[in-house]
Design a protein around this ligand. Structure first.
Ligand code: ADP
Length: 609
């Protein structure tokens, strides 16, 4: 395959997270263990019992070799074998209990952590999502949480057992034969040095791998959502190459880890084999000279395996730890991002039912420090008025309305609703007062009923149907095979554009908020559908303060106030008649013939200018 140029995740800040130390990750993760102290204790106790019974095994071997074979006491064989099987059985029973407790423990911790990450994610401010890819965030919630949790359960348990073995078994070894025990320690510096080297170098590689996995998932998610665009532009091959590029990054970074592991793991095995070889050498000569029995030597070798195995496990544990650290950085990056402003100022609700009197006082706003998007915006929308915002693309219309539900916070000035500064109102009660109907209706993958009820979960059947009727969608819904219980598909693909719009209007009607933000649709629909939508919108706007980002010239004529916005400033402000007499930008726009959409009008104007 020819290598295609591709976006690399390495330089893309979307997928990175702040570096953190292993001890910080362990400390943070340990908090999740606290509610399950009993389970943690149970799993450790079972693991220790299992370990204790495994330690009896070499003792039985020695009895068979020295006591039965050496002393030719065949009568003792049955008793030794029964003893051996009994200890194995006990070892495995405790192991089975440990696995059961461990699994519950593990799943509970994953559940808690995943729930926390999701809850946090939902409450992060809008600008956090502007800078992230959905696929990256999904990877964090799904894969990274698992990876972090493994270090907790497997890591801590295996680690403790390994450390205990490393402390207890040398005592047994020194008791059996101090000389052989000393020889057994020869590979230890090699093993410790290797583990240290791996720890110091592995983190970078695991980070790169997590980033590459995330970048691939992000592209996959983006492409699945845009599959119709890919098909309609015939860009399948281009996307194949882009995906292959991301998958290749993942392959390369995974191979990077495996390459080092392929060297490290066998090297560690060889170091332990070296120990075994030395023991056989020195021990064999001791047996030959009658200093120890062959049973003692064989028991010693078995104990040695029990000693080296946990050391070997420590280095797999190290691998687990490095992977968990890389994943933990990404999970805690979400958990540590401050949520939408929840300071003391934002505690209160509105003192009375909101009428919808909205005032912007000298409001300025910028997304980034160096670029002012809105400048000195002042306006007053009286209850029930319709305010139309017009202006070329990028003028700042969406930004202006997005400040009202506090999706973004104003940089200067203030916004009031019924005289209350919204920066002091809790986000929950602020957003209860505002319905947003966007240009492209977004429906969740559920039934029509669920989608409409999203506006008011506890609405009655009558309220639901009344809203659907007012939104001109009751009729088409009733004709669907399963009526209100028909599924709409992902993002509502099973409905037409006009149908989706009306369902989203019904949802807003049910919410019945006094303020409405409406981004008028730009998609062309047939005149029949257009009329149904217009009617539905009129029902929705009645008695509400409505901010309409207008795209159709026909819409703005009905507005109580028209704001013409250009480069983040209100350049003209008044009713249709007032603005027509002003002879400014608006009047030129309104006089252009054969134009339905405002953006089209601005383009024509700028080409004339
Ligand atoms: P309009 O709705 O009039 O088309 P917008 O309010 O969407 O204009 O955009 C105004 C300006 O702010 C544009 O320059 C746009 O690039 C920028 N902008 C919009 N949204 C964001 C965002 N989330 N982050 C950074 N810049 C943005």
């Amino acid at each position: 395959m020819s290598r295609q140029p591709h976006l690399t995740s390495k330089s893309d800040p979307t997928f990175t997270a702040k570096s953190r130390s292993t001890s910080e990750i362990i400390r943070r993760v340990a908090v999740y263990l606290k509610p399950y102290k009993l389970m943690a204790f149970g799993t450790m106790a079972c693991a220790l019992m299992s370990l204790a019974f495994s330690l009896a095994y070499p003792h039985f071997i020695q009895s068979v070799i020295d006591g039965v074979i050496g002393k030719k006491q065949i009568g003792d064989l049955t008793a030794v074998i029964i003893g051996l099987l009994a200890t194995f059985l006990l070892r495995d029973v405790f192991n089975s209990i440990r696995i059961r407790i461990n699994n519950t423990f593990e799943q509970n911790v994953i559940f808690d952590m995943r729930r926390d990450v999701y809850a946090r994610l939902q409450r992060l401010p809008a600008h956090y999502f502007d800078q992230r890819a959905s696929g990256d965030l999904m990877t964090r919630v799904i894969e990274d949480v698992n990876s972090v949790e493994r270090i907790l359960i497997d890591g801590i348990e295996q680690g403790t057992i390994a450390i205990l073995s490393i402390i207890i078994i040398p005592v047994i070894l020194f008791q059996k034969s101090p000389l052989l025990a000393l020889v057994a320690m020869v590979p230890i510096p090699l093993l410790a040095g290797g583990a240290l080297w791996y720890t110091l170098t592995a983190h970078r590689r695991y980070r790169a791998q997590r980033q590459a996995a995330s970048a691939m998932n992000a592209l996959l998610m983006d492409n699945l959502q845009g599959v119709r665009q890919i098909k309609s532009f015939g860009q399948e091959s281009h996307e194949d190459a882009r995906f292959a590029g991301r998958a290749d990054d993942l392959r390369t970074s995974s191979l990077g880890i495996m390459r080092v592991w392929a060297l490290y793991s066998p090297a560690m095995s060889f170091a332990t084999a070296l120990g075994m070889g030395l023991i056989l050498w020195v021990g064999g000569s001791q047996v030959f000279h009658g200093k120890i029995t062959s049973g003692q030597l064989i028991a010693f070798l078995f104990y040695l395996t029990l000693f080296y195995d946990p050391i070997r496990q420590l280095h797999s544990l190290n691998q687990l730890l490095q992977a968990a650290r890389a994943a933990g950085e990404r999970v805690f990056d979400i958990l540590d991002t401050p949520i939408e402003r929840m300071d003391n100022k934002r505690r209160q609700g509105f003192p009375a039912a909101v009428c919808g009197d909205v005032v912007y006082e000298k409001v300025s706003f910028s997304y980034a420090e160096d670029k002012v998007v809105l400048q000195n915006i002042s306006l007053h929308a009286k209850p029930g008025e319709m305010i139309a915002l017009v202006g070329p693309t990028g003028a700042g219309k969406s930004t202006l309305v997005n400040l009202l539900p506090a999706f973004y916070e104003v940089t200067a000035g203030r916004i009031t609703i019924d005289g209350q500064d919204i920066s002091g109102i809790s986000l929950e009660s602020l957003r209860q007062q505002i319905s947003v109907v966007s240009q492209e209706a977004f429906l969740f993958n559920g039934t029509v009923r669920e989608n409409i009820l999203y506006g008011k979960l506890n609405a009655t059947e009558e309220e639901l149907i009344a809203a659907a009727k007012a939104a001109n969608c009751h009729e088409f819904i009733s004709r669907l095979p399963e009526g209100y219980d028909s599924r709409v598909g992902e993002r509502g693909v099973k409905l037409s554009v006009g149908e989706k719009q009306r369902v989203s209007i019904a949802r807003a009607l049910l919410k019945d908020a006094p303020i409405l933000i409406l981004d008028e649709a730009t998609a062309s629909v047939d005149t029949g559908t257009e009329r149904l939508i217009q009617e539905a919108l009129e029902h929705l706007m009645a008695n509400r303060t409505s901010f309409v980002i207008a795209h159709r010239l026909s819409t703005i004529r009905k507005a109580n106030q028209i704001l013409v916005i250009r480069q983040g400033q209100i350049v003209e402000h008044g009713t249709h008649e007032e603005l027509m007499t002003l002879n400014g930008l608006y009047s030129k726009l309104a006089r252009i013939q054969n134009t339905t959409f405002i953006e089209e009008g601005f383009e024509k104007l700028s080409s004339v200018e």
